[in-house]
Structures are given as C-alpha cells and as structure tokens.
Design a protein around this ligand. Structure first.
Ligand code: SF4
Length: 383
C-alpha cells in the first residue's frame, strides 16, 4: 500500500499561488510554476514555486514543505495538493501508477450495499474546480485518468465543464468515468456529453442483476435499474463508449448467469463487461453478512457468466480476483485491476509462481479475504 496523504511542516512559508503542484524534474525550464524536490545531498535550484523536502532539517531557498517519511515515495511527475497553511499534503497523481483517479464528489443518489466510498451529503462542489487544476498540472506523459465519486455527474454542468477542460488541454488523455449511469437517461445531457472532443472516453456503469428489483435493492434506490439501462441505451445511441460493471456479491451471485444472458440479449453492443470482486471497505464492512461471498465458492457462476458473455462476442474482463480462486481457463481474462496504492500481497503470496500476474488483494479489505488463497507453485505464465 502506498500512503497518499500526510501531515507536513513548513519553512519560510508564504501562501503559494496555488494548492496543486506538479513535482518538477531538476532541469525543468518551467520550475517557477512547479515544485522542486530537494536532493538528498541538499542540492537545489533557485526560482521554484515551492520546495518539497523529505528531510525535516533541509530547506530550499523559498517556501518549503517538509513531508513525512510515508511520503518518501514522492518523485518528479507526481502531482500533490498542499493545504493553504502547508500542513497537509495529498498525492493527487502518481506518475508511476498504472491507475490514477480523481474524486469529483462524495455525493451520490445511490447507497449501494457494498459501496467502498460511502456517500456524504455536504457541499463539496469545490472538488470539480480542484479536478480542473489537477488536470492542468498533469505531466505531459500522463495517459489515462479515472473520474470517480460519489456520482461524478451529480452536478451535470460542473461535470461537463470539467470534460471540456480536458478536451481543451489534454484531448489525448484517455478518460474513464465511473457513474451509476442515471444522468445519461437524459438525452440532452448525453448528447452534450458525447460531443465533448476527448479522443478516448468511456463510462463504466454498474448493473448488478437482470431482475430490476434486485438491482434496485443492491443500490438502495428506486427505479435505478430502468434509469441506468436507459442511460446505457442513450450513450450507445450517441456513439459513446460504455462498460458494464458487475460487482459480484451474496445477493446476485446465484443470478449471475441470468444477468449475463440479459446483457447478451439486450445490451450486446456495449464495449465491454467487467466481472468484479468485492472491496471489503466502506459500507461493505457493516454489511458484511449481506454482501460477502468467497470467490472460491462462486467459481462455477463466474465461469458460466464469462462464457455466456464471451460467446456472444462481448469483450469480458475479470477484475479484483486472485488467480488462486479463479478457474485457470479464466486466467487470461483476469486483469491486475487494483490501484497500486491499495494493492497488496499477503505473506502467503510470496512463494507463488503467478504473483507477478495476479491482482493480489485490496489492502483496504483488511483481513476480510478469501480463506482459500493458496500459493500456486506449478505454473509459469507468459506475460
Ligand atoms: S497466492 Fe497470492 S499471488 Fe498467488 S494467486 Fe493467490 S492471491 Fe495471487
């Protein structure tokens, strides 16, 4: 697990011109707009907008933030958010990470039983503006971003404004949006969304059951199934990319094949379907008895759903599943999908011959893991 926030101290503090800073390379010609890491042996340059020191006793020739040991991983290309008084540093972007996401809001019109980021009702509208500043600060090499919530479209105008900002500044940034899909049931909104000139953009929308009442129960919201399906249909009609996300849990595992069949018959034109394992954090913890199911126990259901979807020509992937609890025939579809900062491999994984190809576990799930994880010692996988 990579810590992404920490308490900091300051030296020579005057409130900088912005809260968002890309960490510059030492030879960066735009260093005055960026933050510079102080070298281990104290070498530095004048003129940086901000200095970041991993040493409590080493300061730069300008306002300096001294970060705690847990943020010792900071490196050029990362983007940090620094509080006005310099006492808190959050990492908004890890240049080396395979997945980077930006939170747009904690508000949501669903209250899913297993939500890993339980919705909050307060006014967090500042997050959309912050997201724009993060996008502006991204390193040139940034390739892909995930926009998350809450429900990213909860403020439709702020959401579209952010997308227009990406289109204007980083049109090549592959943009994935995790949405419950309901906003897209509004045709006018969807038309506007689909006209944004970002080259590669996709919405990932959850569908948890073919039975509308079961889907609505899992997301704890009336008429959710019908509205989300309408959103998917509007997106496809507008020529936009759609991914269906199925989080497998106690309530829907027995009906997984039925859902796969529903998708093959009614939504075969989506770009991809992702069959996902649970992250046992957020609401999933108090709801453990309602949601938890050991992936080892639903291998047959996963295999059936995968084959139904793939045989219909739908690109299907398996996320968040450990290889040792998935049938080997499905391994080629199992993706290392867990974000680097919360990805872990328990001690038992150390001798495993497929560790480098396995998604491992969510560190956020704590000890709530399959009791059937076992190192695999007899396989060599080609990468
Ligand atoms: S033992 Fe660990 S690394 Fe190996 S397949 Fe299982 S979870 Fe993955």
């Amino acid at each position: 697990m990579i810590p992404l926030r920490g308490r900091s101290t300051t030296t020579g503090w005057t409130q900088p011109r912005t809260d968002i800073w890309q960490i510059a390379r030492p030879d960066d010609p735009r260093v005055s707009e960026r933050a510079l890491l102080l070298d281990d042996d104290g070498r530095t340059r004048d003129g940086a907008g901000l200095y970041i020191s991993k040493d409590q006793f080493l300061s730069g020739p300008g306002p300096t933030v001294h970060v705690p040991d847990e943020l010792g991983h900071l490196a050029p290309g990362d983007v940090v958010v620094v509080s006005d008084d310099g006492t808190r540093v959050n990492v908004a972007w890890k240049a080396t990470a395979t997945h980077n996401s930006i939170l747009l809001t904690e508000r949501c019109d669903h209250y899913c039983l297993m939500c890993s980021q339980p919705p909050k009702d307060g006014d967090d509208s500042y997050l959309y503006g912050r997201a724009k500043r993060i996008i502006s600060a991204l390193p040139f090499a940034a390739k892909a971003v995930s926009l998350t919530g809450g429900e990213p479209t909860i403020d439709p105008h702020a959401f579209l404004d952010l997308l227009e900002h990406i289109a204007a500044t980083r049109p090549n940034l592959s943009t994935h949006i995790l949405s419950n899909g309901r906003r897209f049931s509004d045709k006018a909104f969807t038309t506007e969304y689909a006209s944004v000139a970002i080259e590669d953009m996709m919405v990932g929308i959850p569908l948890y059951a073919a039975d509308p009442s079961l889907h609505d129960y899992i997301v704890q919201s009336e008429d959710a199934f019908n509205t989300s399906v309408k959103g998917i249909l509007n997106l496809v009609a507008a020529g936009a990319g759609v991914e269906i996300r199925v989080v497998i849990q106690k309530a829907n595992v027995a009906q997984l094949s039925e859902l796969a069949r529903y998708i093959t018959r009614n939504l075969p034109f989506v770009n991809q379907v992702v069959l996902m394992g649970l992250e046992m954090t957020g609401l999933a913890r108090p709801n453990t008895d309602l949601v938890w199911v050991d992936p080892h126990d639903y291998r047959r259901e996963l295999r059936e759903a995968y084959h139904l979807l793939s045989s219909a020509g739908i690109y299907t992937r398996i996320y968040n599943h450990q290889l040792c609890v998935v049938d080997r025939e499905l391994w080629p579809a199992a993706v290392q999908s867990i974000s680097d900062w919360k990805n872990d491999y328990p001690d038992l994984c150390q001798p495993c011959s497929v560790k480098d190809q396995c998604s491992g576990v969510f560190s956020t799930s704590g000890s709530r893991l399959s009791p059937n994880l076992r190192p695999i010692v007899d396989v060599e996988m080609s990468s």
